[in-house]
Design a protein around this ligand. Sequence first.
Ligand SMILES: Nc1ncnc2c1ncn2[C@@H]1O[C@H](COP(=O)(O)OP(=O)(O)OP(=O)(O)O)[C@@H](O)[C@H]1O
Ligand SMILES: [Mg+2]
Length: 346
Amino acid sequence: MPSSERSPLLLGIDLGTSRTMVLSNRGARATVRSVVGYPKDIIGVKLMHQTYMIGEDALKRQSYLNIHYPLEDGVLKDANDQASEAAKLLIKHAISLANPQPGDQIYGVLGVPARASMFNKNQLLKITQELLDLSMVVSEPFMAAYAIDQLNNAIMIDIGAGTVDICAMMGTIPGMNEQVTVMKAGNYIDLLLENLIRETHPNVQMTNNLARKIKEQYAFVGPTKEEIMVNLRVAGKPVSINLTREIQTACEAIVSEIVEHLQTLISVFDPEDQEEALQNIFLTGGGSRIRGIEDMIASNMKDFGTVVVRQVPDPDFCGGMGALKLAMELPPQYWEQVGHVSKSDK
Ligand SMILES: Nc1ncnc2c1ncn2[C@@H]1O[C@H](COP(=O)(O)OP(=O)(O)OP(=O)(O)O)[C@@H](O)[C@H]1O
Ligand SMILES: [Mg+2]
């Protein structure tokens, strides 16, 4: 079909500190680590046959690349040229994963953290203006809530790498009073776990990346029936080590602040709506996979009556799915009423 007759390629993009997700109306669904690597010197350029590398490929080549994370705690790092260049390469790569065809019009909805400043949103739109025909940035918790049709009397808790974002959904785009950000999230657990393992097993070889992998495989909070034995290395030799307590302590370390903020946030709802909101608490983001975390949050809220905490289906892609759903359901002429919009200067 000639490109002029094809309907636009619609994208939902969730830009995260650790991972970026992209989904399209033609069925694409892809994820990339939010990392850009540049060669340290000319040898690196020769080894790679290119001047930069994105995602897991860059992480694997850390020895000869300078690694940049364009997003820090979920927002674009300061506005210097290199940071925005890295962000642009990352977004460009994410778009390419949706396999656009020559001549396609591309419209994208991008999720940004609810607390991203106006400046930050404009920075992002300046980048997308060069890459997309039409783009809109919207708040991430709103997107996740939109994905699961929970726009009123509900609470979204997005447990990411850099931050946990807690957001009260009250039938409108959430304002500043309706959301809280907690800085202790997945990265914090990794660091704590790494340090705990170093303390209790000083001979074990431990890195932050290894601690994260162990967490992603075994994370849990609350009671456990079985001990967690992990194969690690001491002076190069494999040993099996019991890490049950370390994993539990590190994962539980983020729960109390989440509960504290949840307890405060509930009062923004009308008293008559609080009961319903407390039964509509949804966890999303990679950290929502910590086993037992729903029950632990709910049991810490028992003074508030019946509290129901659930994980959204497909927590990795929930934000991106909401963004795509919005792009598909909302005619472009209304985008400006929902988010901040930029049109191509191509
Ligand atoms: N099975 C798992 N158990 C516990 N944590 C996990 C699991 N899988 C992924 N994670 C953690 O979830 C985090 C990534 O989640 P997510 O992709 O939602 O974050 P992000 O969107 O990149 O970050 P942010 O929202 O802070 O910008 C990482 O810290 C990762 O280690
Ligand atoms: Mg996120």
